[in-house]
Design a protein around this ligand. Structure first.
Ligand code: FAQ
Length: 311
């Protein structure tokens, strides 16, 4: 019966036994995974755009190769994640339709513009740094295909974060103009990066269920705090100033206290009204439409092979 199935399912979760695609699972678990995994996939694919903007303008061949490799990795991450979502019974077409119609979200961070070359450093250092903190615990998520995809993704993200920090270091140790560029990029990316972790715990409607199901292992605020504690010393090492006058170290708790995030800005971006939301979705829609012939050709080829095999 349903109750026994549900109990058996929760027992597996509580005993750290992975749930696999063909196992019974409650509909709400399936739904929340489809939501999170597909939104995560969309974030990877849309996340390629702000950086792709700089590939043709990278200042050296070495930097161009690094950036190309990073953006290509992100395409790969999106594809593993779409596949993981497909194991839950949604098609690629459905998830993409939801992205293009604005029904499905993707990370707020990718709706900010990349204005200078220093943004490539800030994105790698901060955005990928935040992504890793959030994703390492997801390697232990209860759903097998998601957890396994995360292992490789995290290894690649770690390279992404390091190249960003190294780029920032070069600028921070460069000419006064280069240092100023690094500080300017830091000023613009710091607060949006803190928003990546999602709303405050009190406003996070999905956390409780996701933690009971061991999809999430830490709350949004816990991970955000961990990010601040990790990043402040890295900024100090670069000689950059954290754009938060309220930031201070609390000796008693051993944590940094920080100012209030502009939640109105966060929700505004999530609702589709950020600086680049429209541009990002337009680019994705156009790419999908212009790629239709590739999908048609692949389908026709598959059909032809199937017919040959049957002969
Ligand atoms: N942006 O109840 P919660 C990357 C939505 S890293 C937009 O707390 P949950 C790598 C949330 O969906 C970025 N929407 O939700 C890369 C929910 O709405 P819904 C991607 C946000 O799921 C780096 C509502 O607010 N990483 O791509 C955001 O428990 C560089 C209430 O929130 C992942 O997706 C936001 N920032 O916690 C690529 C990681 N925050 O869905 C290229 C996996 C919240 O009910 C370049 N995802 N919302 O309509 C997660 O860990 C979780 O989904 C959270 C949100 C933590 C993002």
């Amino acid at each position: 019966t349903e109750i026994n199935l549900e109990q058996h399912f929760q027992n597996k979760i509580d005993n750290e036994i992975r749930i696999e695609p063909k196992d019974w699972m409650p509909e709400a678990y399936r739904k929340t995974l489809i939501r999170q995994i597909s939104q995560h996939a969309h974030s990877e694919i849309v996340g390629m755009l702000p950086e792709a903007n700089w590939i043709t303008r990278a200042p050296s061949l070495k930097r161009k190769k690094i950036l190309l490799a990073k953006v290509q990795d992100e395409g790969g991450h999106g594809l593993y994640l779409y596949c993981a979502a497909e194991t839950l019974g949604v098609t690629r077409d459905e998830t993409l339709r939801d992205l293009h119609s604005g029904k499905a979200k993707y990370s707020s961070i990718f709706n900010y513009p990349t204005l200078t070359w220093a943004d490539m450093g800030a994105v790698g250092w901060l955005v990928d740094g935040a992504a890793i903190l959030n994703q390492v615990p997801l390697c232990r998520a209860s759903y097998g295909p998601y957890a396994r995809a995360m292992v490789r993704i995290c290894k690649e993200e770690s390279f992404h974060q390091r190249q960003g920090y190294e780029l920032m270091m070069k600028l921070a140790q460069g000419s006064p103009e280069q240092k100023e560029m690094a500080q300017d990029a830091f000023n613009r990316w710091w607060w949006p990066t803190l928003m990546m972790f999602g709303p405050r715990d009190a406003e996070s409607g999905n956390t409780e269920a996701s933690m009971n199901w061991r999809i999430k292992r830490f709350s949004n605020d816990e991970l955000r705090q961990r990010f601040v504690d990790m990043t402040v010393p890295q900024a100090e090492y670069l000689g950059l100033t954290i754009p938060d006058p309220e930031l201070k170290f609390n000796e008693e708790t051993g944590h940094y206290e920080f100012g209030e995030i502009d939640w109105e800005e966060f929700w505004n971006v999530v609702k589709g009204n950020g600086m680049c939301n429209k541009e990002r979705i337009d680019v994705r829609r156009t790419a999908f439409d212009e790629g239709a012939w590739v999908r048609d050709a692949a389908t026709a080829y598959h059909e032809k092979r199937k017919q040959k095999e049957q002969q």
